[in-house]
Write a protein that binds this ligand. Structure first.
Ligand SMILES: [Zn+2]
Length: 87
């Protein structure tokens, strides 16, 4: 099957962005990592919010960014900025 455009949903704001524009971001909490894909805008906000990040090879993308966070509660939440009204 041929498909020209694959979209991903940003794991923070839920916006649909082209797969190539999504950024792979890993959040390390102690010994585990959570893999999220963020749109450019959310990644930007995260880079400003967090103190440091490093680049690592990605799972799906060539490069990913890793943030070390204290607990799972600090993960960006899908739909954080949306109302809970089902569509
Ligand atoms: Zn986003």
């Amino acid at each position: 099957m041929h498909c020209d455009s694959t979209l991903i949903l940003c794991d923070s704001c839920g916006q649909a962005v082209p797969d190539q524009a999504g950024k792979e971001v890993l959040y390390q909490v102690e010994k585990v990592r959570f893999r999220l894909e963020l749109c450019a805008g959310c990644l930007d906000a995260e880079m400003k919010r967090r103190d440091g990040h490093r680049g690592v090879p990605g799972f799906r993308k060539r490069a990913a960014i890793i943030f070390t966070i204290g607990s799972q509660d600090e993960l960006p939440r899908h739909g954080e900025h949306l109302n809970s009204t089902p569509s």
